[in-house]
Design a protein around this ligand. Structure first.
Ligand code: PXL
Length: 259
């Protein structure tokens, strides 16, 4: 059995965070393991509070699991501060986790701030160089580069700049671009590739980024290369968005129950 690991936040709605990651791993027939790095208190209406897991418990969760279980691919999601980032960076290295997808969560979809300026710098220094793939959305690409990232041209420039920081591949997600196409741009392996799907209008969503990076991670665990994993994940996310579900009064969640 292939095994994927998520090191991320807990989201009680099930739409994002480890809950969504585990369900996504299952859809790809990969066994899911999960280390909780932060707790969010939230509903579909937004985040009330976030709290980090104490560093010694984060470390112990990871070392206890990894001393036993072989992990074929790993993703990180909501890491709340510098101390958390340092521990994750150190342990990714120690356990030589090569198939690593970094979802650089800097703000939540509802605008709740997650990482401070210094934390972003630390993430760039300690996690980015270890990543096989990093998956910023437009806002995260702006925060990582200091550039404006609002057009296809600007996405390309930002992706190249982030690539120079050390990850093997960069996927800049253009889901929030203006227009009728959801364009994602993949830089790495000495080329630039574009992945397009028609935008699904009128959906205010929660968790799309988490599900996308989890789906890519599952594909990598199953043995796909980065390009294949991104293509398959994009199709999966597109379908899950098309049939998004309302379970509360706020944002819709991706439908992870499809056959
Ligand atoms: O969408 C980013 C995100 C990631 N992880 C957790 C979250 C959120 C957004 O709310 O709650 C746990």
């Amino acid at each position: 059995m292939k095994v994927a690991l998520t090191i991320a936040g807990s989201d009680p709605t099930g739409g994002a965070g480890v809950q969504a990651d585990l369900r996504t791993f299952s859809k790809f027939n990969v066994h899911g393991t999960a280390v909780i790095a932060s707790l969010t208190i939230q509903s579909t209406l937004g985040i009330q509070e976030v709290v980090k897991i104490p560093p010694h418990l984060l470390r112990k969760q990871i070392t206890t699991l990894l001393d036993d279980v072989t992990i074929h691919a790993v993703k990180t999601g909501m890491l709340l501060d510098g101390e958390t980032i340092e521990i994750v960076g150190e342990l990714l290295k120690k356990y030589r986790l090569a198939r690593y997808v970094l979802d650089p969560i800097i703000r939540s979809s509802t605008g709740y701030p997650i990482l401070k300026k210094d934390d972003i710098e630390l993430l760039k220094k300690t996690l980015l160089p270890q990543a096989l793939l990093v998956t910023p959305n437009l806002k995260e690409a702006e925060a990582l580069t200091g550039l404006s990232v609002r057009t296809e041209k600007e996405m390309e420039r930002a992706a190249i700049e982030i690539h120079a920081l050390g990850p093997r591949y960069v996927l800049v997600k253009g889901g929030h671009l203006e227009g009728d196409t959801a364009l994602d741009l993949l830089v790495g392996g000495s080329k630039i590739q574009r992945f397009r799907k028609p935008r699904v209008h009128d959906r205010r969503l929660h968790g799309a980024g988490c599900v996308f990076s989890a789906a890519i991670t599952a594909g990598l665990a199953a043995g796909l290369n980065v390009e294949q994993a991104v293509r398959k994940a994009k199709g999966f996310v597109h379908q899950a968005i098309q049939s998004a579900v309302s379970v509360g009064r706020g944002r819709q969640l991706l439908n992870l129950t499809l056959d």
